[in-house]
Design a protein around this ligand. Structure first.
Ligand SMILES: Cc1cc2nc3c(=O)[nH]c(=O)nc-3n(C[C@H](O)[C@H](O)[C@H](O)COP(=O)(O)OP(=O)(O)OC[C@H]3O[C@@H](n4cnc5c(N)ncnc54)[C@H](O)[C@@H]3O)c2cc1C
Length: 350
């Protein structure tokens, strides 16, 4: 049995873990341990429950991917509260002009869960060996494989192989702090450096009474000229997400705005966003009864790194990288990449 350590329990890491554990034949099988810095799984597929409101402060919904990833969501890891968001997404421009969105795109499923998007990760995490609240600070290549060290200096391993599933800038920081062949270390850092992430501020506005009912579930800014990039009526996902009669707007700010306001006091940003939302909707919104704000430092990759080149360098050392840094910022793509890269890792052992 070969041992594999996976750093990061987002959808990419979770999908990789199952792909490895599915191998069970006389020549090969795997034991897998995931290390996750947070106190829950899912990474950017994240949900919060506060003051009676349930909201996805990271990713909003899952698109239909390949038949394989769709079957994982709708069959193998199916949760009873899986939903397809029915209302369409409309678009707006920098001048705040709102119009109907792409009809074809709106016909595709927008998958989510009444209890929040994190449900998929929780379903996938069942039965896996996951060390939560364990931030891997550095790794070390030793003759028998890989050792991992957390923030407190605790040592894990050795593992035969190591799979890193972090956003590229975080993966790069981890490699910079690690001990491995210097030439390989420089090459990995150079490859990971090709990926660039945009930050994103999410603002959550809870209202005692629902804002005006609209023919759409969400609005997306298509010309990238508005400070707001996404505005969703979160209570449209399912009535269980808000107290009776209440409403919840979820606002994602554009990269330039988010970059500019990363250090601005939360209350100042929330008040500014409230004003911007009212103007865009031409609706007098009441004082929210609940607000929240989330800074995503590495939200979505604006530029990708090349996984083929990177993993061709590292796989002979039992090291591999996967995640949205290589395929673009979509849940189904991160999940599919976790599967593809772990299959490559398995292939090196045949
Ligand atoms: C605001 C926002 C909106 C989005 N909207 C959508 C959407 O509507 N639809 C969609 O398909 N996609 C969306 N995305 C993109 C999607 O969320 C990501 O592409 C996807 O979640 C990436 O999965 P991943 O497993 O590659 O990375 P992650 O989900 O980031 O997983 C990496 C994991 O590693 C952990 N970690 C980090 N450092 C360490 C360490 N040193 N040690 C241990 N663990 C560590 C993290 O806590 C995290 O759990 C959105 C993202 C954001 C932020």
């Amino acid at each position: 049995m070969r041992s594999v350590a996976i750093v990061g329990a987002g959808l990419s890491g979770l999908a990789a873990a199952h792909t490895l554990l599915d191998v069970d034949n006389t020549d090969n099988s795997y034991s897998v341990t995931l290390f996750e810095k947070s106190n829950e799984v899912g990474g950017r597929a994240a949900t919060r429950t506060r003051a009676g409101f349930i909201y996805d402060h990271g990713a909003q919904y899952i698109k239909e991917g390949t038949p394989l990833s769709l079957s994982l969501i709708t069959e193998r890891f199916r949760a009873p509260d899986l939903i397809d968001i029915q209302k369409p997404i409309w678009i707006f421009d920098g001048d705040g002009h709102i119009q109907e969105g792409d009809q074809k795109q709106n016909q595709e499923q927008k998958l989510n869960y009444r209890s929040g998007l994190v449900t998929l990760a929780c379903q996938m995490a069942k039965g896996l060996s996951i060390q939560l609240e364990t931030r891997i600070k550095r790794v070390q290549r030793i003759p028998t494989g890989w050792q991992l060290f957390d923030d407190a200096g605790t040592e894990y391993g050795p593992f035969d192989s190591l799979l890193i599933t972090l956003p590229a800038p975080q993966a790069s920081q981890l490699i910079q702090r690690s001990q491995l062949d210097q030439a390989l270390q420089s090459s990995i850092i150079q490859q990971l450096g090709a990926a660039r992430y945009n930050p994103l501020i999410s603002v959550i506005l809870g209202y005692q009474v629902q804002p005006r009912v609209r023919p759409y579930y969400a609005l997306v800014n298509t010309d990238k000229q508005h400070a707001i990039s996404w505005l969703a009526w979160e209570h449209e996902k399912s009535p269980e997400r808000v107290p009776p009669g209440a409403g919840l707007l979820l606002v994602q700010m554009a990269p330039a705005y988010s970059k500019q306001h990363m250090e601005t006091a939360a209350l100042t940003v929330i008040e500014d966003v409230e004003r911007q939302v009212s103007t865009l909707l031409q609706e007098d919104l009441p004082e929210p009864v609940f607000t929240d704000l989330q800074h995503w430092r590495y939200a979505l990759p604006a530029e990708k790194a090349d996984a083929q080149t990177l993993n061709a360098l590292t796989l002979p050392q039992g090291l591999a990288f996967c995640g949205d840094a290589f395929v673009g910022g979509r849940l189904h793509l991160a999940l599919e990449h976790g599967i593809a890269v772990s299959q490559q890792l398995i292939a090196t052992h045949r």
